[in-house]
Design a binder for this molecule. Sequence first.
Ligand SMILES: Cc1ncc(COP(=O)(O)O)c(C=O)c1O
Length: 336
Amino acid sequence: MSLIHGGNLIRASAEYGIPLTEWIDLSTGISPWSWPVPAVPQTVWQRLPEDDDGLLESAASYYNCPPETLLAVPGSQYAISRLPALFPPASVALPHWGYREHQHAWEQAGHRAVYYQNELQLCTWVEDGTVTNALVINPNNPSAALLQPALLAELASTLERRGGSLVVDEAFMDPHPDYSLLPLRAANTVVLRSLGKFFGLAGIRLGFAVASPALLARLAVDLDPWAVNHPARWLGRKALLDRHWQTGQRDRLEACSRTWCAELRGLFPGLDWHRTALFISTETDQAPALFNAAARRGLLLRLHADRTPSLLRIGLPADPHWTRALTILDDIRREL
Ligand SMILES: Cc1ncc(COP(=O)(O)O)c(C=O)c1O
């Protein structure tokens, strides 16, 4: 089954009859500024990647965890698809809003999914034994909800007493490092990280699963040799070590998201906007109308219409698109 994701610009272009080059794509939570990719040496293209190339050590230093608890994967999606099958079929708490690949993978692996609306419901279901396992997307994509790591550590410990596991998808965590569960990660907890969002390197398909070495060994069974390609490993290592760029990127994303959110609140004060450093969301019945009105004008947003009320997620515009994106949204405000 193929789920709908953001970033399908070619399809939108065909559907709305607008040439590809005329779109502004705010349908993903990928940073509009990518880590500046240097020229990749010829040997990196030419030679097969080697496991002991220093990637895991660089990742261990960036994520602040031992290298033996890290597995490099071709995008955190690899782990999302395969993790649920590593746990005995049971019940799992999934977020009401969430990257739908999780739901698909847990259901495919034979788990019974129940959907929590908020933190309180999650805590209740973990504490009263309604669920054996729990998945948290932190911060949540697409709702932007952010949970405290201390709370997640407590949930993990309660689940552990019943032989359950906690999976925390931190694909959007890089701008908010103080909220990462990694320093508090317990043995029954898997944390997923991605180089796609904050580093703006979604195309290289690189992510990490952080878990006990025993679980990682089982997760690695499906990995073909050289599954993470050599350019991805080479670039990923450099990006993970580039502290100076990371600090600047955090500041820039935070400032941009704050200003962008203020603009959206100014344009649509009746909507309840929630933000992370990488995207801004609102839950509203008007989401499909807003999405269509924007798409007709060449502005691609992300509509989540699989729950009621629906949700609209808006990424950050790169500097050259800022004014046009605002003009389009203002035009829509007048029309609706
Ligand atoms: C919450 C979340 N987790 C994980 C992923 C997968 O990212 P990647 O495979 O690029 O690491 C996505 C992709 O959009 C996502 O939204």
